[in-house]
Design a protein around this ligand. Structure first.
Ligand SMILES: C[S@@+](CC[C@H](N)C(=O)[O-])C[C@H]1O[C@@H](n2cnc3c(N)ncnc32)[C@H](O)[C@@H]1O
Length: 374
């Protein structure tokens, strides 16, 4: 049965990932739930441009009692650790400023809104003007045409990460199929998988276009990938073929992440590593409502219950929510802190590459908390 819809404001600029893959039977789609009164949106309109001050949103109403802390914390805790991605041959953050960022994905340079880019641009205007695609956001959310493309630039193009070829696409919600700042987590995860003395079982919840699943499988894991959007699963499978990983042990499941984990608890299945990158709001294939503030405690409690007796890692990331990484840290501390190991929290950061190729300014993209075995 579908859970009740949230009753809070929804701020598109604050939930870049929730909006895009929206999820549902017909693929990553816009959220069709009743939209809040536009006057109550908080910081920005759909293009990420700031609005004036608005009323603060109501506090989230928990759906269930908070899960009980597991016991005294014995994990070693680190707060405020920045994990930085400098870019790689196929990805560069080239410049940012005046509310936008200039990035190169494969051969395509794109301009997208970035509310945190408040400073001055460093590169000449002609470099910005030469971008192949600019997210304008000016057409209806559900329609095409939210990007302005240079002549000859299509909707999709190839890119690669660590020898894994995949497809980028200009989506209606300004994302392109990869969140490059995740590379630092994926490298760390692949290192743990490769160093394990057995093939780790990895669960990728809210897995989107499957890059983390492909990287985990390539490193030797048996992967279960769960996403509510058929279209996202289709894109992920397309990526799997392009990457030449068709025979890799990956189960692609179109399912509601909460329901799936509840079933895994009942079945007694377990995983050695869990990734979860939930949106602020989303929908399961049967319209189940996902609301991060209301559902995350239960979700993490389920993750704890399906952690194997010899677990390796749990990584939570969250984008553009009104919470500090400390909130994620304390929640994970309650549920995983009783395990010996390391509990680390901070932000995922992209480092700019300047015109002369040296590292430039930092851009924070998201918060994370991760537990790992000693
Ligand atoms: C932010 S993306 C994850 C990005 C991915 N982990 C990465 O870094 O490339 C969020 C994904 O959650 C999915 N989603 C939303 N609600 C869901 C739900 N209730 N159950 C499962 N997946 C859901 C969306 O379809 C979308 O693909």
């Amino acid at each position: 049965m579908a859970r009740r819809p949230p009753n809070r404001d929804r701020d598109k600029s604050q939930e870049p990932r929730a909006a895009r893959p929206g999820s549902g039977k017909h693929g990553p789609q816009p959220d069709k739930r009743p939209q809040p009164d536009k006057r109550r949106r908080e910081d920005a309109d759909a293009t990420g441009r700031p609005r004036g001050l608005m009323k603060p949103s109501a506090a989230p109403v928990p759906r269930r009692p908070a899960p009980k802390p597991r016991g005294p914390r014995i994990s070693r805790e680190t707060l405020g650790l920045l994990l930085q991605t400098d870019g790689w041959d196929q990805y560069r953050l080239l410049d940012m400023g005046e509310g936008e960022k200039l990035e190169r994905y494969g051969d395509l340079v794109v301009v997208r809104p970035e509310p945190q880019a408040m400073g001055a641009r460093r590169r000449p205007a002609k470099e910005w003007d030469a971008a192949g695609a600019v997210f304008t956001g000016d057409v209806e959310e559900e329609g095409p045409g939210r990007w302005r493309q240079a002549p000859g630039i299509g909707e999709s193009w190839p890119m690669a990460i660590d020898g894994i070829d995949f497809i980028c696409r200009l989506t209606a919600f300004r994302h392109v199929g990869i969140f490059p700042e995740q590379k630092v987590q994926w490298d760390w995860m692949a290192g743990r998988i490769r160093a394990a003395d057995r093939p780790l079982k990895v669960l990728n919840l809210f897995g989107y276009t499957g890059l983390a699943s492909l990287i985990a499988a390539k490193a030797g894991a048996e992967v279960t990938h769960v996403d509510a959007s058929k279209k996202a699963i289709g894109w992920a499978r397309e990526n799997q073929s392009l990457a030449g990983l068709d025979s890799a042990p990956i189960r692609w499941l179109c399912d509601d992440a909460v329901k799936f984990c509840e079933r895994e608890v009942r079945r007694g299945n377990s995983y050695d590593g869990i990734l979860l990158d939930p949106p602020k709001f989303g929908r399961g294939p049967d319209g189940e409502v996902w609301s991060l503030f209301e559902d995350l405690p239960h979700m993490l409690d389920l993750c704890r219950q399906i952690l194997s007796p010899k677990p390796s890692f749990v990584v939570l990331t969250a984008y553009s929510i009104r919470a500090s990484f400390i909130a994620g840290h304390e929640l994970m501390g309650d549920l995983f802190g009783d395990l010996a190991g390391n509990l680390e929290s901070g932000e995922l950061v992209l480092r700019e590459t300047t015109a002369d190729g040296t590292p430039g300014r930092a851009l924070s993209t998201s918060m994370y908390t991760r537990w790992s075995a000693p």
